[in-house]
Design a protein around this ligand. Structure first.
Ligand code: FAD
Length: 344
């Protein structure tokens, strides 16, 4: 009954909304706004209306992030809410705040990166408001006259593209954004976007608690945003050969390292390096698939890369169907030769 009441209130407030007004979740880590949120901001701008950012975190986190958010191109305002409880903004803890914000503010769209946290947060709040959420969109178009937004999103591991229209009967349209489909929003050092504090909403008995975060430390570029990626598959045999074969190539190219699921499952590479349907989706300038067969679940995570190079000893490997440059060779001969040539 409560959510029904909320929904009715929202209908009343937004039924006549002419211009879209998006609320974009600005996620952050280690003092920096996540690259995925910058892409979400670009997507939100394409709605053609106002865009407000939302920063949630512990007081000491929000201070630094806010100064960066105020300089983002494309934002019209920033809302921020700080509480020690938000130091690890679990969806269960942040959702009451978002729900409250939406019940009293003129937002027509709620936008975020397709991150693991937002994938839980947005549908949770959307369900509370009795509206749908559209996930992992790769393009959008908003029609102000009909107050409808049309999205495209890949389905069946990227083998089909669904077109989804959120009509005017949906007062607040929730969507998450595939980062590789939108450029990151830029910074304008002269900008100083208006910021407003929002009272936090304590959740005294949250059903979940943050226990710990374990992140593999690496000096390499982050896989999700790297412009070059060298990925290895099952053919790399074990963790030692994976490292000794791929690292010199990645070093020579200044590339991030990725892996197929077979390589991750066999323990050659960390989980965080998995590329594909159940791993990361990347679209770098250069993607090198080394000893990877090219299963559809792997292609789902890399086929939008600008230049795909494949090295495989099997000329019939499916990876060659998507590769721009294919080399039928034994990787243990081809990769060291390539490294030597790059060094020279
Ligand atoms: P293989 O398919 O075994 O290929 C190894 C390749 O190495 C072969 O083509 C072989 O010719 C080549 N090779 C062998 N030796 C050499 C050599 N010396 N030199 C050159 N080439 C050599 N997979 C992912 O990658 N990411 C995902 O996110 C993912 N999600 C999945 C989700 C589901 C629900 C399912 C069912 C599967 C998923 N998979 C995913 C698994 C996927 O189906 C494949 O099993 C996997 O991608 C295979 O990995 P691979 O190419 O490394 O291994």
């Amino acid at each position: 009954a409560r959510s029904l009441l909320l929904t009715r209130n929202i209908y009343r407030t937004y039924a006549t909304a002419a211009r879209p007004h998006a609320l974009v979740l600005l996620e952050h880590r280690d003092g920096a706004i996540e690259a995925g949120s910058l892409s979400a901001l670009t997507a939100a701008q394409q709605l053609g209306g106002e865009v407000t950012g939302l920063v949630v975190g512990a007081p000491e986190q929000v201070e630094g992030i806010l100064s960066k958010a105020k300089k983002l191109k494309g934002l019209t305002a920033v809302l921020h809410s700080s509480s020690p409880q938000y130091s690890h903004p679990l969806p269960e803890v942040v959702s009451p705040l978002l729900e409250k914000l939406l019940s009293s503010s003129p937002f027509t769209h709620v936008v975020s990166a397709h991150s693991s946290s937002a994938k839980s947060l947005l549908p949770r709040v959307a369900a509370r408001l009795d509206v749908p959420a559209v996930s992992d969109i790769t393009s959008l178009e908003h029609d102000t006259s009909s107050n409808s937004t049309t999205f495209t999103r890949p389905i069946y591991a990227g083998n089909a593209i669904a077109t989804v229209r959120a009509s005017s009967s949906i007062p607040i349209k929730f969507f998450t954004v595939r980062s590789t489909a939108f450029k990151a929003a830029a910074t304008d050092d002269s900008a100083d976007v208006n910021a407003t504090a929002v009272d936090p909403l304590e959740v005294p008995d949250s059903p979940t608690q943050h226990v710990k975060t374990e992140i593999t430390k690496s000096d390499r570029p982050d896989l999700g945003v790297a412009s070059r990626v060298v990925s290895g598959g099952r053919a790399l045999k074990n963790a030692e050969t994976f490292k000794s074969t791929l690292e010199p190539l990645a070093d020579a190219l200044g590339a991030a390292i990725g892996a197929s699921r077979a390589a991750v499952d066999a323990g050659y590479a960390d989980n965080s390096l998995q590329v594909g349907q159940t791993g990361k989706v990347v679209a770098p300038e250069l993607y090198m698939a080394i000893g990877i067969s090219g299963a559809i679940q792997h292609l789902a995570g890399m086929k939008d890369s600008k230049l795909i190079v494949a090295i495989n000893k099997d000329a019939d490997a499916p990876i060659f169907q998507v590769a721009d440059v294919g080399l039928v060779a034994d990787l243990y001969e081809a990769v060291p030769e390539l490294v030597n040539k790059l060094k020279a």
